[in-house]
Design a binder for this molecule. Structure first.
Ligand code: GDG
Length: 460
């Protein structure tokens, strides 16, 4: 079997359970099974030449990390990746900014990744590039005559052409994608958007019926590969920590009240303020909820230093303060808002404890928390998932209570119906969803992508 070389902007620290972020969780689980190399940025910057990658082995995974040049790092990461591409790909043009200097830095960092990765490669490697920070890596590697199979997986949505063309030079991104042997998306909808972009007159691409597309003089595969989770790991961890002191303390503090939980990186795409307002609507519309429901939102900060992320933190603190000020009693606080990360084991047990998992992004490629919430439940007395129709996971988890996150009344009604749902219906919905999760777990996702990549490259 070929060696798998995964490449992403950041690599997870080789310590289990420390990472907050879907890409890291997914790639780590995939590499744990198969072994291989994980190449990416160390998180540090340097004023000098970054030198050779630092290598560190942990079990079956070899971590290879490089520093990035001072002058490019901020423009590449906070700038083009997170202030330009992230809002663009999430259809959130209100946050979109563009600077050519930032794009140039992005291009140079993609070149740097290629230069530093190339010497580590073996002839029979499969290279799997992850996410929007590295759209240009495949083309940079090809220019350096790297002939190994290279696949690309986009963890976030792919927008429609009318949104994509907001980006000056969007053609360069599309043409860079044509350097890969396989380009993978989370959902059929994202795939269709991509195919539609290629078919535009100015691109002149062609979509063949067999999963192949032709554009920019190259024929390659494009497909939907919805990412899964490690269902067994999730269940095991959730159960193993359920009796820990922390979880018992949490359970005790609830005093038999219904418990709603949300876990999201602090990101404007996750719809947190709307969610808080929907919870407020629940308290307004359903007097039985007053004093009888607790909502815990865990939101570890990410991308601190990017303007939009600093202000969302303030907005949320204000909203939580408002709602608590309005409804709290001396022995009950409606929202517990925790602005920090937790170890994975604790998180999975908290999910298991919750009667309702609320996952209401306003746009999300997939959303692993939705899947983890379902997987962590007790099959005899499962909680129920309230899920946004605007995330990729809604396609597979259509037995959840589906809501449009922009409509606070609908979300409030969804929360209430989840709280009041009889156990027989909860079990039925759980069985439907757990079955989907087991059939398309993280191992299946990894195998499907790498098999397609191997196959595409051998037919090249
Ligand atoms: C991107 C796409 C796509 C969260 N807080 C903590 C923590 N987490 C873990 C969760 C989950 C992961 O981070 C978050 O994954 P999501 O999928 O929900 O969201 P993104 O980070 O935006 O992920 C997304 C994903 O990539 C995979 O393709 O689904 O659409 O945006 O696993 O449990 N983990 C720990 N402490 C925390 O406080 N340890």
């Amino acid at each position: 079997m070929s060696r798998l070389v995964a490449v992403s902007n950041r690599v997870a620290a080789p310590i289990a359970g420390k990472s907050a972020g879907g890409l890291a969780v997914g790639v780590l689980a995939a590499l744990r099974e198969r072994g291989g190399v994980w190449f990416g940025w160390s998180g540090k910057t340097t004023a000098r030449d970054p030198g050779d990658p630092k290598l560190k082995r942990s079990g079956a995974i070899e971590f290879a990390t490089i520093d990035i040049n001072d002058r490019d790092c901020d423009r590449y990461y906070n700038g083009f990746s997170n202030d330009t591409l992230w809002p663009l790909l999430h259809y959130m043009l209100g946050f979109f900014r563009y600077s050519r200097a930032e794009y140039e830095a992005y291009r140079r960092v993609n070149e740097l990744f290629a230069q530093k990765l190339k010497p580590l490669l073996r002839a029979d490697d499969l290279i799997w590039v992850h996410d929007y920070h590295l759209f240009l890596l495949g083309s940079a590697l090809r220019r350096m005559n790297v002939a190994q199979p290279i696949g690309f997986f986009l963890h976030v949505p792919f927008p429609s052409f009318n949104v994509l063309r907001t980006l000056p030079g969007y053609e360069h991104l599309l043409s860079a994608l044509a350097s890969y042997d396989v380009v993978g998306f989370q959902t059929e909808g994202d795939l269709e958007s991509f195919q539609d972009c290629l078919k535009q007159a100015e691109i002149g691409g062609e979509v063949h019926g067999d999963g192949r597309v032709t554009a920019f003089g190259r024929t390659f595969r494009a497909g939907a590969f919805p990412i899964g989770i490690d269902v067994d790991e999730c269940q095991t961890v959730a159960v193993a920590n359920f009796e820990s002191r922390d979880i018992r303390r949490l359970a005790h503090s609830l005093r038999g009240r219904k418990f709603i939980v949300g876990v999201d990186r602090l990101d404007y795409s996750k719809g947190l303020e709307l969610r808080f307002r929907a919870y407020e609507a629940l308290l307004e519309r359903y007097p039985t909820a007053l004093g009888n429901v607790v909502f815990l939102q865990i939101a570890p900060p990410t991308r601190t230093g990017v303007r939009a992320y600093d202000s969302i933190r303030e907005d949320l603190e204000r909203a939580a303060g408002n709602i608590n000020g309005r409804f709290a009693e001396i022995d009950w606080v409606p929202i517990r808002y925790l602005n920090r990360g937790y170890p994975r084991e604790r998180l999975m047990s908290i999910l298991r404890l919750a009667d309702v998992g609320v996952v209401t992004p306003i746009r999300d490629g997939m959303n692993l928390v939705a899947k983890e919430y379902v997987a962590s439940q007790d099959p005899d007395d499962p909680g129920i998932l309230v899920l946004s129709t605007l995330c990729g996971a809604a396609r597979e988890l259509d037995a959840a209570v589906l809501v449009n996150p922009y409509d606070r009344q609908t979300v409030a009604d969804g929360l209430q119906s989840a709280i009041a749902m009889p156990v027989a219906e909860r079990r039925e919905r759980y069985l439907t969803m757990i079955d989907v999760l087991k059939r398309n777990d993280i191992h299946h996702w990894c195998r499907r992508f790498t098999d397609t990549l191997q196959d595409a490259a051998s037919g090249r």
